[in-house]
Ligand binder design. Structure first.
Ligand code: LMR
Length: 395
């Protein structure tokens, strides 16, 4: 039976980490997978997480089943982190379930959409996170693309995006990135969010917002602007969030899938479908990561410490954006890379060819995704000269 199968290629993002680890070059640089790294190149555990783990070790009372929605307290805390004191909460129109990471949330959302309308069209930005297409295809959805990034001018092709969205139907679903667009780093500004939300309302399509990087763009509140505005504007919406990046809980696999309905009753019905979907895929979510997040968010002291640690991560990444732009200019590179300093979050496209990306990997042991997506967190004072010199050479 298994002899009939054909092997799949390595994942375009996760496969890079395996190659990077096997590379013996002491000068190697990892700009591949989106994980935060400190100046020493390490992805350490946040101090607030360490303290929450200690607390949990001493206070956890049971390992019995947690139920399909996961911890109610975590779900409540995540809903307020994302929505603040939004009216959808007081109106009882929002329900959140914990999921195994952000990818788990997306897969639940995909199956939920398939229950709303089998084979529905889901529109993804061009480009988008490499795994989005696979997740929605796996649920039998019809994956389509709307224009988003203008590769030539290194900016947002907003007019083309808006025109494409205006041409959709009320049966369609549209995936939007809340902030820190992966892979381009090119976000909608507040005014553009207002226009997109108005189109969503006029056309009647259902937005699915992917929020994997809250706090990595401009700040926790600022990064939630589009999500909160959209929830004010439309009747139905889905939100997928992740604690992988902002709490550094990558391997604990903790995220959430949130549905907002038109009334409390339709929201309850939608949520029952979400739970039904979860039951048939993984039954119930892992509890450890959720317990850490709820411990941090419900303690003034730990929450404050987390806020500071998140601010430090964001500031380092934003600083790196400026450092690489300046360094490339210093090394005599004539091409203008100033756009990198204006983009947000973990990633930007360097804007070089796949052949040049390959050369960086093979000749200089510098790893980035084939599209030239760089994880900006991998840049450090100790490697930025070598990085800029190597880029200059392949250019
Ligand atoms: C990334 O885009 O690098 C991260 O979201 C990790 C992943 O799962 O692809």
């Amino acid at each position: 039976m298994f002899g009939r199968l054909t092997a799949l290629p390595a994942d375009p993002i996760l496969g890079l980490s395996i190659k990077y680890r096997a590379d013996a070059n002491p000068l190697k640089i990892d700009l591949g997978v989106g994980v935060y790294k400190n100046e020493a190149g390490d992805t350490t555990i946040l101090n607030c997480v360490k303290k929450a783990e200690k607390y949990r070790l001493e206070n956890e009372l049971t390992k019995t089943y947690i139920g399909g929605a996961g911890s109610a307290k975590f779900n409540e805390q995540m809903t307020s982190l994302i929505f603040g004191d939004h009216q959808v909460i007081s109106q009882n129109r929002v329900k959140t379930a914990s999921t195994p990471g952000g990818t788990g949330a997306l897969r639940v959302a995909a199956e939920f959409i398939a229950r709303c309308k089998g084979g529905a069209k889901i529109w993804l930005s061009n480009p988008t996170w490499a795994n989005h297409k696979g997740v929605f295809n796996a649920a039998g959805l019809d994956v389509q693309e709307y224009p988003y990034y203008d590769y030539e001018n290194k900016t947002l092709d907003f007019d083309a995006m808006l025109n494409a969205l205006k041409a959709l139907s009320s049966d369609d679903f549209v995936l939007l990135h809340a902030c820190c667009h992966n892979p381009s780093g090119m976000d909608l500004n507040n005014e553009q969010w207002q226009q997109v939300a108005q189109v969503a309302k006029d056309v009647g399509f259902t937005p699915l917002i992917d929020m994997a990087y809250q706090g990595f763009g401009d700040g926790l509140e600022e990064d939630a602007y589009g999500v909160r505005l959209m929830a004010n504007t439309v009747n139905n919406m889905i939100l997928c969030s992740s604690c992988s990046k902002n709490f550094g809980l990558y391997r604990e696999r903790i995220g959430a899938c949130t549905v907002i309905g038109e009334t409390p009753a339709t929201t309850e019905i939608a949520f029952s479908i979400v739970l039904g979907v979860a039951r048939t895929i993984y039954s119930m979510p892992p509890a450890h990561g959720a317990a850490l997040v709820e411990t941090i968010l419900s303690s003034d002291e730990l929450r404050h410490e987390w806020f500071n640690e998140l601010t430090e991560m964001r500031n380092r990444i934003n600083g790196n954006r400026k450092i690489i732009v300046d360094k490339l200019a210093e090394k005599g590179v004539e091409r203008d890379f100033g756009f990198i300093a204006n983009q947000k979050g973990m990633f930007s496209f360097l804007g070089i060819t796949p052949e040049q990306v390959q050369r960086l990997q093979e000749e200089f042991s510098i790893y980035m995704v084939g599209s030239s997506r760089m994880s900006i967190a991998g840049i450090a004072p100790s490697n930025v000269d070598y990085l800029a010199e190597s880029i200059a050479k392949v250019l």
